[in-house]
Design a protein. Structure first.
Length: 372
């Protein structure tokens, strides 16, 4: 890890320049969907929260400069691009509903503190834009408390069966109703162009019966991965709709930020090592991620949360889930505990405020550039 303060004197490019350079790098790793990338740019200008979600690459430039001491904390295999909308549900082999981190595209070995500060900063942005109603500092405290207690208790996956009824009710809101979900899937535009033979093979292996016919749809989703090709296979099985999605993946934005040559994708390793109940329908195949899509197998958006909810309890639970992910780096946990024990006061609140201010500054610069 670099020494604290080693990058403070490096000149930081503007957000427009940084984005152009990152997307140039991105185009070398996958075929960019230019129409989706334009949509991403427009959404980034609408508000600071979607801007934050879409610009993890920028966070990687700001993080070591603004939080240099924290960026040198003991390393784990971290989620990286963690935010309050990077949690969702899926079904395990027993049909049980599972809740946890939903997207591991940016997993990378780095300081354990990055996941705590990034999640907390996303909460501060959500409060700023009135998506959440709690005090910012209380949100950071809830995340940190959940993380500390998760580490001390040894971690436990969130199986929404006999336990966590409140979380199950939150995860099965009206907006995730099957009627709404499948209407949205059916309304997607047809996929234009030739479906790669590799993807057709992956769909054939992922669907419940061999040689099933299916509609091929073009799906636009996410923000950080908006611009990546997403191909959806939509069909009926025993009279009801089912769907499989293939999403093109690439190495983490850490490779771009570090100007590294490493091409390893760490998501599969984190899935295998973290305290987690696996989604049996998720598979990493070369540069494609294939998964089942269903009303109860998707990311949970802030807009879909019920109006009556305990936000501090939810953030506390997210902190515990971060501990579950970090337990995937078993040998590092002892050092993490020692480092965390030294951190007193409102260190997480202080770091989150710094990253919040930098994010809003960048967003205003981006919005101005888009208007011009």
């Amino acid at each position: 890890m670099p020494k604290p303060g080693s990058r403070k004197n490096e000149k930081l490019p503007g957000i427009v320049e940084a984005t152009a350079d990152f997307e140039k790098w991105l185009a070398r790793h996958l075929p960019i969907v230019k129409q989706d990338l334009k949509t991403k740019h427009e959404q980034m200008a609408t508000a600071a929260f979607p801007f934050f979600r879409a610009t993890f690459y920028r966070w990687l430039q700001l993080w070591p400069r603004l939080c240099d001491e924290l960026s040198c904390a003991p390393p784990v295999l971290a989620v990286g691009d963690l935010h309050i909308e990077n949690f969702g549900t899926w079904r395990d082999l027993e049909g049980r509903l599972i809740w946890g981190v939903n997207d591991l595209d940016e997993a990378w070995p780095c300081a354990y503190t990055i996941d705590l500060v990034r999640l907390s900063t996303s909460v501060y942005l959500a409060v700023e834009e009135e998506h959440l109603c709690l005090r910012r500092r209380h949100g950071a405290d809830a995340i940190e408390t959940g993380y500390r207690e998760g580490l001390e208790n040894g971690g436990a996956a969130f199986v929404l069966a006999e336990k966590h009824q409140w979380l199950r009710l939150m995860a099965t809101s009206e907006l995730r109703d099957p009627v709404h979900f499948w209407a949205k899937m059916k309304a997607l535009a047809a996929y234009k162009g030739e479906v790669p033979e590799e993807v057709r093979t992956l769909f054939a292996n992922a669907l419940p019966e061999p040689k099933m016919n299916y509609e091929v749809k073009r799906r636009v989703a996410g923000l950080g991965s908006l611009g990546h090709p997403r191909i959806l296979a939509l069909t009926k099985s025993r009279g009801a709709w089912i769907a499989r999605e293939a999403k093109a993946i690439r190495p983490s934005a850490w490779v771009w930020a570090k100007n590294a040559n490493e091409m390893e994708i760490y998501g599969p390793k984190l899935i295998d090592t973290a305290i987690r109940v696996k989604d049996p329908f998720v598979s990493f195949n070369n540069r494609w991620l294939v998964r089942r899509l269903a009303p109860d197998c998707s990311r949970i958006e802030l807009s879909s949360l019920p109006k009556s909810r305990d936000e501090e309890k939810l953030l506390y639970t997210m902190g515990r889930e971060i501990a579950n992910m970090h337990f995937g780096s078993g040998k590092a946990i002892g050092e993490v505990k020692k480092d965390l024990a030294k951190r007193k006061g409102r260190w997480l609140h202080t770091a989150s405020k710094k990253m919040l201010a930098a994010t809003i500054k960048d967003w205003k610069e981006w919005r101005k550039a888009m208007r011009n």
